[in-house]
Design a binder for this molecule. Structure first.
Ligand SMILES: *Cc1c(COP(=O)(O)O)cnc(C)c1O
Length: 469
């Protein structure tokens, strides 16, 4: 069956998307969001605009097939694959395999596969050869492949993606004092800066870096602006502002403040943010505004999309070692009523209990949307008897049946083994059969009475001295 549709030329006119700019409540500044996540194609985002520029350039050059490079889970792979399917263009994506060989399915990777794009996996050390190989195979088949980043070293096409946000700049110019956005490869910020240079704009454009440090990112931006300006007119690179203070531990990592930001923006403004790009950048913008005491200004945040990543984040529960006393106390307060009996019933001072744990012990917590939903905590400092003491294990009621307790206990035992412990010991109420059943399953045995109402249970760990089997 052949698909019919409007011609590509018409489609392109339809696809010069204008997106809403909406104000959100703020006491200190007028903050507006440009909702590029609401571009009405493939869940939107800056990558839809950028992919359109690549495809339009491909057509201009008389080529007939797209070769992209990127993680299968990336927003660019999804936007490219989806647009290619719509325009009936073969789409090949060269993708670096994950370090550990596993392939995690995400909403983006599923959509890429649904669009029939073909993946070519390669090692990170083997990218150039793989690109050359794929291009050759396609040429041998009589196709005219277009590699989105230029030559196999990724040079020569820096100017094309910049066009996307030169056009966006033209829509928003002269209206704001500041423009903030998430900066990754720099294609988006580069476009805005080129637009600003061409039109003599005065707004301060601040890229919150989500991957590289400022020096690296500034060099990349400078290079792409120079490549751009040789084609249009000589443009002054202007000030390139890349802020790398909010990187956390680099690409894809995030902290509790980012999680709180995501939660707050979702419930207060109905706006989905993801932890890799827009959540990190929005938090970074808030911190930047505070730190630089920006007041009474008109500020634009460009929401660059990534809605599928928001849903991946919503789907996931993550296990973290609780870093601070505050985080420990938050988890203990939320979950202590799940203990039999609760700490409150035992008249234990929760603040002191948490402080002691944070200081001398170890705590792990599952977080869902930034909220602690489980906790395991204990001590690993008894060097004489080499016994780790499990002090607290609890899972929120709504999260029962997800095997969180088992995963916590495994984490706890792994850490005990790593710390050179031979035993794990705990106290459990005699009538708490649910807990005893779990501990039994993990190999804990009752070794005696701790009191009239509770037992001690203990497990001998199978560490290295036990001869691995
Ligand atoms: C890619 C991406 C960015 C970063 O854009 P660059 O042009 O790579 O700097 C920001 N937000 C989202 C959602 C993205 O997918």
């Amino acid at each position: 069956m052949t698909r019919k549709g409007i011609s590509m030329q018409d489609d392109f006119k339809l696809m010069q998307y204008k997106t809403p700019v909406v104000q959100i409540p703020n006491d200190d500044n007028d903050i507006y969001i440009k909702r590029d996540d609401l571009i009405p194609f493939s869940f939107g985002g800056n990558k839809v605009r950028i992919a359109l520029e690549f495809i339009s350039d491909m057509k201009k050059q008389g080529k007939d097939c797209i070769v992209g490079y990127g993680n299968a889970r990336s927003n660019l792979s999804r936007a490219l694959a989806n647009l290619c399917y719509q325009f009936k263009i073969p789409c090949h994506i060269i993708s670096p395999a994950d370090e550990d060989g596993t392939r995690i399915d995400t909403y983006n990777s599923k959509m890429v596969l649904a669009c029939n794009a073909e993946f070519h996996y390669c090692k990170k050390t083997n990218v150039k050869e793989t690109i050359e190989q794929v291009l050759k195979e396609l040429r041998d088949k009589g196709l005219k492949p277009y590699y989105i980043y230029g030559d196999s070293a990724g040079k020569g096409n820096e100017h094309t993606p910049l066009r996307a946000y030169v056009k966006v700049y033209e829509d928003i110019k002269g209206q704001f004092d500041y423009i903030f956005l998430a900066t990754g490869t720099g294609m988006t910020q580069g476009g805005l800066l080129a637009g600003k240079a061409i039109h003599g704009g005065t707004e301060k454009i601040v890229g919150i870096s989500v991957a590289r440090n400022s020096i690296q990112e500034t060099a990349v931006l400078k290079n792409s602006l120079e490549c751009f300006s040789t084609r249009i007119q000589k443009i002054d690179c202007g000030e390139i502002n890349v802020e790398d203070a909010y990187l956390c531990d680099g690409y894809g990592t995030y902290n509790r403040q980012i999680e709180k930001t995501i939660h707050q923006q979702l419930i207060c403004n109905g706006m989905p943010l993801d932890p890799t790009y827009t959540g990190k950048a929005f938090w970074g913008m808030q911190e930047y505004i505070k730190k630089n005491k920006i007041l009474g200004k008109k500020v634009l945040f460009i929401h660059t999309g990534g809605t599928p990543l928001f849903f991946d984040y919503m789907n996931g529960i993550r296990l973290l070692e609780a870093p601070s006393k505050e985080a420990v106390e938050e988890a203990v307060i939320r979950l202590e009523n799940r203990l039999v009996p609760s700490l409150t019933d035992r008249k234990i001072n929760i603040s002191q209990y948490s402080e002691k744990l944070a200081h001398y012990g170890k705590v792990w917590t599952h977080y869902d949307m930034g909220k602690p939903v489980s906790i395991i905590a204990g001590y690993f400092n008894d060097e004489t008897t080499r016994t780790a003491y499990l002090s607290m294990l609890a899972v929120a009621e709504e999260y029962q049946g997800k095997r969180l307790a088992s995963s916590l206990l495994s984490e706890f035992e792994d850490y005990a083994i790593k710390s050179g412990m031979n035993y794990v010991k705990l106290e459990v109420r005699k009538h708490n059969f649910v807990a005893q059943k779990l501990y039994n399953k993990f190999g804990y045995k009752i070794i005696g009475d701790a009191s009239d109402t509770s037992y001690y249970m203990q497990k001998t760990l199978e560490n290295l001295s036990g001869g691995g089997h």
